[in-house]
Design a protein around this ligand. Structure first.
Ligand SMILES: [Zn+2]
Length: 494
């Protein structure tokens, strides 16, 4: 695993004698960017960040969220970075997904060596850093690579990791490997400015995911050359877009790793089950739920979310509850990455993936995408993918039980959302449109009211007779009366 390599690799800032012209470009960049004298760095800006994996359809860019303020402080010697960001949301979310919020939302994200964590937002005007840290081991790699992708960080890392250089369009291309396995490639222009850095991180759905950061509009911020614009893309679409307003060299920044972060163990994957009707099981136990439905000679699973680990546990639970039948179909509620995280596991299982027609090309790509950083089961088995597409309505039936899939219309969270309706059992399953709040009667925040209203309107339009709403999030079942109330529908007949 990733041991102390992150901390140790920035040690020497020297290049060998007899360096080529391209190697000289690295030295020019080091001089231009003040790499030797800059040990810590702070920059401040504003712009937008984007909800990666939450596009409205699988062919559109990530939804943008306004970022009112963004301050990053970095210690290159210790390999630490803290980002303090305040985002702002009105009563309507941008089209697409992302956890709904309303008003201002402050996020403090830290990485140091092999550890990553988030800090709760302190009271207004209080200094950052108070409160209990929430370990974020899954974010360590992305944050660490973002640190070393910064212009000064990239040149430091290149010099410490025996970078290879070659002449390329627009300047010199510099490549090296950090942490033993993570490739970084960047371009340095004739002025010694880092213009573009590419890194790849493992993602359960899209495999070796390209994270590309471009830096432009360099200027002298009181003695520090730094870009005025930072634009990062993930899997091809913008993920962060910042305009930089201030930069400071060598601020004091030391961040000890909190004890609870250092000793944190990953939460075990647990799948609980609840029988909703004969042969219909609600699979919970985490943040994202699934359904297992027994058919005459096979099993239908709805959603294999999050990760391969979760998907394997969900598929195993389905087979335990419904023994001696194969999982022939896995239905995707929609393409958002949190719900689709185990889709490659479902493909490896040999199941036919049932999805809205707009996802066909995306899932064909997902089935074949290079997955070399952390190979999964499908990377080994290379099983051919089987996809069955659905338009506005799809039906799975064995002559006894019928499963209807209906695409929600007028639903701004996702254009491909298929709700799952069992007409005989009067059960409707859906994620994201309506999640019963932990305490019944708690009003939803404004953006979530609109989603609940869209679900309510679709149920009316389709004349579905729903008794039970099985949210694929949340900790309890809902019903039509609660949905109507949450959606602000008065005098609802149901
Ligand atoms: Zn979603």
């Amino acid at each position: 695993m990733r041991k102390a390599t992150w901390l140790g690799f920035v040690c020497a800032l020297a290049i060998g004698a007899g360096a080529s012209a391209q190697q000289a470009a690295l030295q020019t960049a080091a001089n231009t960017l003040g790499v030797a004298r800059i040990k810590t760095l702070q920059f401040t800006g504003s712009g937008r960040n984007f909800s990666v994996g939450q596009n409205y359809t699988s062919t559109e860019p990530w939804p943008a969220v306004p970022v009112k303020s963004y301050t990053a402080v970095i210690n290159f010697d210790t390999g630490a970075m803290r980002v303090d960001m305040t985002r702002e949301m009105g009563p309507v979310m941008p089209r697409g997904g992302g956890a709904p919020f309303f008003g201002e939302q402050r996020q403090i994200q830290v990485v140091s060596g092999n550890y990553a964590w988030n800090l709760p937002a302190p009271a207004p005007n209080a200094p950052a850093g108070g409160g209990a840290a929430a370990p974020q081991p899954g974010a360590q790699l992305e944050r660490m690579l973002a640190l070393w992708a910064l212009p000064q960080g990239f040149v430091k890392a290149a010099m410490a990791n025996n970078a290879t250089t070659r002449s390329a369009r627009g300047g010199t291309e510099v490549s090296f490997v950090v942490g033993g396995k993570y490739k970084m490639t960047g371009t340095i222009n004739a002025q010694g400015q880092v213009e573009k850095v590419q890194t790849w991180i493992d993602h359960p759905i899209v495999g070796d995911m390209l994270v590309e950061t471009t830096y432009s509009g360099y200027k002298d911020f009181g003695g520090v050359m730094f870009p005025t614009r930072i634009l990062q893309t993930q899997d091809g679409y913008p993920s962060l877009d910042l305009t930089i307003s201030a930069v400071m060299a060598n601020p004091t920044f030391d961040v000890p790793v909190p004890d609870n972060v250092r000793t944190a163990k990953p939460a075990p994957v647990m799948v609980a089950s609840q029988k909703l009707a004969d042969g219909v099981f609600y699979l919970t136990g985490g943040s994202h739920h699934s359904l297992a439905i027994e058919m005459r000679d096979h099993i239908v699973v709805v959603d294999t979310p999050q990760t391969e680990e979760r998907a394997l546990a969900v598929l195993a639970k389905a087979k335990e509850l419904i023994p001696n039948k194969p999982i022939r179909f896995v239905v995707t509620s929609h393409h958002h990455w949190d719900h689709l995280g185990g889709i490659r596991t479902a493909m490896d299982e040999g199941a036919t993936i049932v999805t809205h027609q707009s996802n066909k090309a995306f899932l064909e790509r997902v089935a074949k995408t290079p997955h070399t950083i952390v190979p999964d089961r499908l990377a080994a088995s290379k099983k051919p993918v089987k996809i069955q597409t659905v338009g506005d309505k799809g039906v799975l039936t064995d002559g006894m039980r019928t499963i209807e899939l209906h695409r929600l219309q007028g639903y701004e969270h996702a254009g491909d959302m298929l709700v799952v309706y069992l007409p005989k059992e009067k059960i409707l399953a859906e994620p994201d449109a309506f999640t019963p709040p932990p305490q019944a009667g708690t009003p939803l925040i404004p953006p979530a009211v609109l989603y609940a209203k869209a679900l309510y309107d679709n149920i009316q339009r389709l004349k579905l007779d729903v008794k039970t709403i099985a949210g694929l999030h949340g900790n309890r079942l809902g019903d039509m009366a609660e949905l109507a109330k949450a959606a602000g529908v008065s005098g609802a007949a149901n």
